[in-house]
Design a protein around this ligand. Structure first.
Ligand SMILES: NC(=O)c1ccc[n+]([C@@H]2O[C@H](COP(=O)([O-])OP(=O)(O)OC[C@H]3O[C@@H](n4cnc5c(N)ncnc54)[C@H](O)[C@@H]3O)[C@@H](O)[C@H]2O)c1
Length: 379
């Protein structure tokens, strides 16, 4: 019997993505696997049940039946406590678990003795690039952030030479030039804006310039372990604040993406800096989920302060659900290359570096030490 792979309808409010798309279902079915998709699971991503059936999936109406018959559950969001209760012991779940902010869900998986893999814990090594869901979803977020900026700004982004005279291009500033920031730069450039960007990692400068944007230089390098940013010293922070504040005050659209994994996002745009901004300027704070890079960001809300619109979106990838789902499903397919044997059975040996690093819960215990510590502290 091949394992039964299932993709449910996501139940978290505002989540429009789906873990599998017909293209990936087709490949899984072709390799002899059985795939069940919950009725309507792809609806909000622009994928119909008919598309899934054509790719070889079976449609299951009710969550209870779907989860109860599953060997392997593929999700976008971590399973809710109620969803986990529907699973059989030993079922494997792969999702973006967001473990430090989903402790109740992690505890439920532990108590139900399911095996949970967190895709965000996949190490960023070359072999795992095709499984890097953080990058694929950050790409979607960066793209959408630039479009929201263009939409909310009262200005044109490109330079225009018209019978009514010349229009100067808008200035877009990107703070944090990681995956999302680079995509925001590329998108704003395509719309014709003058783009500037800043990142504490000096290595980002070359990538920024290659996209046709100007890199703001601070004479420090804060590249830390694994290519991520380290925290800055107080002196470095003062220098950074002055440079960033001057650049922000000149910008028409500011997109902030600066995050430090596992920590609260650094504040790069203070209340005072917002006070220096032009009327009609827009800030899109992609770090809103981690508290925000702007002091005035309200996560999940759009606020207007002194004529500056500050957007604190949560789950931007969901707003480009079709392609965000497609990329995510491809990431999952690559991950399944490790999780399933050639014959289509689930592996039980998780010693592979990628599986070992992303294993969150198994056999009734939390295997990811930082999450286990958080759970122990939350008691
Ligand atoms: N497989 C791989 O090798 C792989 C995959 C993805 C990303 N990466 C690299 O990992 C790095 C981080 O990527 P990410 O997009 O996930 O990062 P992230 O989401 O953790 O952070 C976004 C950006 O914010 C920057 N930042 C942090 N604090 C800042 C501050 N105070 N001021 C300005 N900028 C600040 C970071 O340097 C980063 O570039 C990048 O170098 C990226 O190219 C490698």
């Amino acid at each position: 019997m091949p394992v039964c792979i299932v993709a449910p309808t996501e139940v978290v409010p505002g989540e429009k993505r789906v873990a599998l798309v017909p293209e990936v279902v087709g490949r899984l079915v072709k390799s002899g696997l059985a795939v069940c998709v919950q009725a309507g699971a792809g609806e909000e991503a622009g994928v119909t049940d008919v598309d899934f059936v054509a790719a070889g999936a079976r449609i299951v109406e009710k969550a209870k039946e779907l989860y109860g018959g599953a060997d392997l559950v593929l999700k976008v969001q971590p399973p809710t406590v109620a969803e986990t209760k529907l699973l059989r012991e030993g079922t494997v779940v792969v999702a973006l678990m967001n473990a430090s902010r989903s402790l109740d869900q992690v505890a439920a998986m532990r108590d139900r003795k399911v095996t949970g893999f967190a895709l965000e814990l996949v190490p960023r090594i070359t072999r795992a690039q095709s499984m890097d869901a953080l990058s694929s979803q950050a790409t979607a977020a960066g793209y959408k952030a630039a479009l929201i900026g263009a939409e909310l700004s009262p200005r044109f982004l490109p330079m225009l030479t018209t019978a009514a005279g010349t229009i100067r291009p808008a200035k877009v500033l990107i703070l944090g030039a990681g995956v999302a920031g680079l995509m925001a730069i590329a998108t704003a450039r395509r719309l014709g804006a003058l783009v500037e960007a800043y990142d504490v990692r000096r290595a980002a400068g070359e990538q920024v310039r290659s996209l046709g944007a100007k890199f703001l230089e601070l004479q420090i390098n804060a590249e830390g372990a694994g290519g991520y940013a380290r925290e800055l010293t107080p002196e470095e922070k003062a220098l950074e604040s002055k440079m960033v504040s001057d650049a922000v005050s000149q910008a028409d659209v500011v997109i902030t993406t600066a995050a430090i994994p596992g920590r609260k996002s650094p504040v790069l745009v203070t209340k005072e800096t917002v006070g220096r901004m032009k009327a009609g300027a827009v800030i899109i704070d992609l770090a809103a989920e981690g508290g925000g890079n702007c002091e005035l960001t309200k996560p999940g809300e759009t606020v207007v302060v002194q004529d500056v619109t500050i957007v604190g979106p949560l789950n931007l990838p969901s707003q480009t659900a079709f392609h965000a789902s497609q990329m995510y499903a491809r990431n999952l397919q690559a991950f399944l290359g490790l999780l399933l044997t050639k014959e289509g059975a689930l592996v039980t040996d998780y010693s592979d570096e990628i599986l070992a690093a992303s294993l969150l819960v198994a056999g009734g215990s939390v295997r990811h030490k930082p999450t286990a510590d958080l759970l122990a502290g939350a008691k």
